[in-house]
Write a protein that binds this ligand. Sequence first.
Ligand SMILES: NC(=O)c1ccc[n+]([C@@H]2O[C@H](COP(=O)([O-])OP(=O)(O)OC[C@H]3O[C@@H](n4cnc5c(N)ncnc54)[C@H](OP(=O)(O)O)[C@@H]3O)[C@@H](O)[C@H]2O)c1
Length: 203
Amino acid sequence: MTSSAETTDAPLDALGGHDQSRASRRGVRGCVYIGLSVDGFIARLDGDLDWLTERGEAAGDAGFRDFVSSVDAVLMGRGTYEVIADYDSWPYLDKPVHVLSSSMKDSEDARITVHGDLDDAVAALADAGCGRVYVDGGRAVQACLAAGLVTELTLSRVPVLIGAGAPLFGPLPHDVDLVHRRTEVLGGGMVQTTYDVRTTTDG
Ligand SMILES: NC(=O)c1ccc[n+]([C@@H]2O[C@H](COP(=O)([O-])OP(=O)(O)OC[C@H]3O[C@@H](n4cnc5c(N)ncnc54)[C@H](OP(=O)(O)O)[C@@H]3O)[C@@H](O)[C@H]2O)c1
């Protein structure tokens, strides 16, 4: 399935180290694993994902199950939850799933815990001892990036431009410096790249 691979193993600590106060809020480390168009969208404006799933089929699982196994919990936006909630199978194994929403308040879905803001979610995750947290959904990812909570990004780009949709990235209060960890070309021309977020130590 893999047609080519390129890897760099630059250890983060040798490249500037970690800023624990910003990148690891109380030990919570946000990890993004997401599929997107080459022009940076994660869904069409109407939520359609066929452009992704059809092309992503040839890439198989693309490491998703291993990734989910590697996290302690999942944190997603309401928009993503509302789509996943209708799926036949729940893809998050037995991981606790936290949903960000200022409009949902509570949910009758026993599989999730709802938080009205990011600080509340981070506090709950930290209190539960969760370190590695899968962050999903465009707005949720943007909020976590802006808050300095993301430490790792795995981006799976499918070979298409869709022109408009829900963007993965948006405005930031600061640059987010990335260190390339690996790139793999999967089936169907999906290009999967993992970056670590480079942070600087205080002072
Ligand atoms: N391509 C992929 O791999 C992939 C992955 C995930 C999702 N998706 C697709 O992306 C779409 C959803 O993405 P999206 O951009 O709408 O983002 P989202 O982050 O899933 O959902 C946005 C909503 O989450 C809540 N939220 C996000 N950040 C918050 C914060 N800091 N504090 C409080 N609430 C917060 C808000 O809900 P309230 O309005 O209730 O406040 C916001 O409207 C869906 O169509 C989904 O299928 C695609």
